[in-house]
Design a protein around this ligand. Structure first.
Ligand code: HSE
Length: 298
């Protein structure tokens, strides 16, 4: 019986001003296997706790494919290797959703197109900015309009690196979204739309000196920083070390810094100094590169 292996990258959504629209894929991955089975058998291969029943997000996402195609599903045998830390703003849920959809689609002979799968993933996640780069890799601009997802993917320059400062606590996206105001001013809307456009153009053109201003935001970061102890200090720390840009990754609590790949000093100092800083010692820094491939099916 066929065993399908799906590898999905971590993703960093919003990229500052591009709330629910921009996202990029980085070199940290979860690996999932899928086999047909007449019952639900789900296990983690790395000791991480994962729900073992029908409520498991990978299984639920796989089932959505069977439902869409009108094919009955009794069970699946799924294994998960979870290298992406959960509920940290690095797209661990999106990785599960994308894996479930790609795994089920592969088991069923590849009946859905990438666009259909992306639309399904977005419907499950609620916004496209993690699932799109998880599936496509690179830097992705997405719009969800009347039930359809529209994306443009651009490879990320391999001269860039990403420093993910991951704290030792979880922050659920629902809580981080609940902290946002219902209404925003016209001024704040203009502040963000101009920067989201500039960030996209800067990534496309390789004009990275623009990223500092282009990733500033007025829609979500100021409301979420109070939920991230040490968050303000982390911004300052990464900026002082010479980051090109610093932003809350997704809904947080990870703080992401964009740096030149050859900036070894940034990473050496970050590793050496984090632990000495009373307000930052609960953060761990991960040195990541872009993933321009996206999810793979084998
Ligand atoms: N755009 C989303 C948010 C990403 O900021 O809430 C989190 O998954």
């Amino acid at each position: 019986m066929a065993k399908i292996t799906i590898t999905v990258p971590a993703t960093s959504a919003n990229v500052g001003a591009g709330f629910d629209a921009l996202g990029l894929a980085v070199s940290m991955h979860n690996v999932f296997t899928f086999e047909e089975s007449d019952r639900i058998q789900i296990s983690s291969v790395d000791g991480t706790h994962v729900p073992a029943g029908a409520n498991n997000l990978v299984f639920r996402s796989a089932r959505a494919v069977y439902d869409q195609l009108g094919i009955p599903l009794k069970g699946l045998r799924i294994t998960q290797r979870n290298d992406i830390p959960m509920a940290r703003g690095l797209g661990s849920s999106s990785a599960c959703i994308v894996a479930g959809i790609l795994g089920a689609n592969a088991l069923l002979g590849g009946r859905l197109t990438k666009r259909q799968m992306l639309t399904l993933a977005t419907a499950i996640e609620g916004h496209p900015d993690n699932v799109a780069p998880a599936m496509l890799g690179g830097f992705v601009t997405s719009v969800y309009d009347e039930g359809q997802v529209y994306t443009v993917k651009k490879d990320i320059d391999t001269d860039l690196a990403f420093a993910a400062f991951v704290p030792d606590f979880r922050l659920l996206t629902a809580k981080a979204r609940a902290a946002l105001p219902q209404m925003i001013s016209h001024k704040d809307a203009v502040y963000n739309l101009s920067r989201a456009a500039l960030a996209t153009a800067a990534f496309c053109d390789g004009d990275y000196n623009l990223l500092g201003v282009a990733t500033k935001d007025a829609l979500h970061q100021q409301y979420r920083l109070p939920l991230i102890p040490g968050g303000d200090e982390m911004f300052e720390f990464a900026q002082d070390l010479g980051a090109l840009a610093v932003y809350i990754s997704g809904a947080g609590p990870t703080i992401m810094a964009v740096v030149h790949r050859d900036n070894d000093e940034f990473f050496q100092r970050a590793e050496a100094e984090l632990g000495q800083h009373e307000k930052l010692k609960h953060f761990t820094v991960y040195r990541l590169l872009a993933d321009n491939t996206g999810a793979t099916v084998q």
